[in-house]
Design a protein around this ligand. Structure first.
Ligand code: R5P
Length: 315
């Protein structure tokens, strides 16, 4: 990696231009002048229209659906920067796609998260920044620094404003206990767990609730909603077990397949999500977006000035 100058460049892919603009505004730095489009056959077409030599470059691109398209665009942006003699290249991926396939949990399947991590490095990324990666151990797939940020301060800020009385934090599956504890501790809430079993990619079964939810105000937390099966089934069983109100707080609104319909019909009072993924036009009003742009802007600022990033998450 070449030494980088004081110069900083923010360059946006097309996956989530609004978030890139919000980050740029928070940093008071304009987005780089670049054309990122498509050739007539759908291949990615990129041309940066300013000098990048020696610059500390941050490429802003969540790899949300259409994940393959957004991923290839990110790789080609990184390659563009490397071939333009950028000083350092950081892939800022507010949502890191393919993170759910992080191990060989049965025969004859790929470890997609590792393959995709390799592509970032081969293209020329020197550093990765991401938010609530589904499996934190994916950081080990990289031999470059990974700054793993948490959306918790943003979501917790909004939850505090809602002033939910006597809340109980619930995780829709056992794997989410650490995240749930992270929400419960700062607000002094109890913890409960929904016992979930995945039947297929879009179907799950919930059988038990471990912990006390009857007559309580539930805050259901998770890293992502994909098809919405996990969270809406969990909401259903929590209501059956007597939950008084349910607010969902989730970082990544992937929302594919029947997710929107499931959420619109779910027995929940509010769905808080962040803007790591763009808001869809068809989202019902029950879904409220909280921005992680200030958090990402602060992390970029600290990385550029070689300051601590973990300091942003000290309670
Ligand atoms: C599972 O481990 C994750 O944390 C999410 O609960 C899950 O990926 C959500 O998927 P879906 O919305 O399709 O149930």
């Amino acid at each position: 990696m070449a030494a980088f100058s004081e110069k900083i460049t923010l360059i946006s892919g097309t996956a989530h231009r609004a978030l890139s603009e919000a980050i740029a505004e928070a940093l008071d730095i304009p987005l780089a002048n670049a054309h990122v489009g498509r050739f007539p056959d759908g291949e990615v077409d990129i041309k940066v229209l300013e000098d990048l030599r020696g610059s500390d470059c941050f490429v802003l691109q969540p790899t949300c659906p259409p994940v393959n398209d957004n991923w290839v665009e990110l790789l080609l942006l990184i390659d563009t920067l490397r071939r333009s003699s950028a000083g350092r290249i950081t892939a800022v991926m507010p949502y890191y796609g393919y993170a759910r396939k992080d191990r060989k949990d049965e025969g004859r399947v790929p470890i997609s998260a590792k393959v995709l991590a390799n592509t970032l490095i081969v293209s020329g990324a020197n550093r990765v920044v991401t938010v609530d990666m589904h499996a934190a151990q994916i950081q080990g797939f990289f031999d470059v620094p990974v700054d793993h940020l948490y959306a918790k301060p943003a979501l917790l800020g909004r939850l505090r404003q809602l002033d939910i009385e006597d809340p109980v934090i619930v995780t829709p599956d056992v794997g989410g206990i650490k995240m749930a504890r992270g929400y419960a501790k700062p607000i002094g809430a109890d913890l409960a767990i929904v016992d979930k079993r995945r039947i297929s990619g879009s179907e799950i079964a919930v059988e038990h609730v471990i912990g006390e939810v009857e007559g309580r105000n539930v805050i259901l937390v998770d890293d992502m909603i994909s098809t919405g099966g996990s969270i809406t089934e969990a909401a259903g069983i929590l209501r059956k077990n007597g939950a008084k109100s349910i607010v969902i707080a989730v970082t990544h609104p992937v929302f594919c397949g029947p997710a929107i319909e499931r959420l619109a019909n779910a027995p929940v009072d509010k769905v808080l999500v962040t803007d790591t993924i763009p808001r869809g036009e068809n989202w019902p009003d029950v879904i409220e977006t909280v921005s992680v742009a200030p958090l990402l802007a602060q992390a970029i600022n600290n990385i550029h000035h070689s300051q601590s990033v973990s300091v942003l998450f000290e309670d």
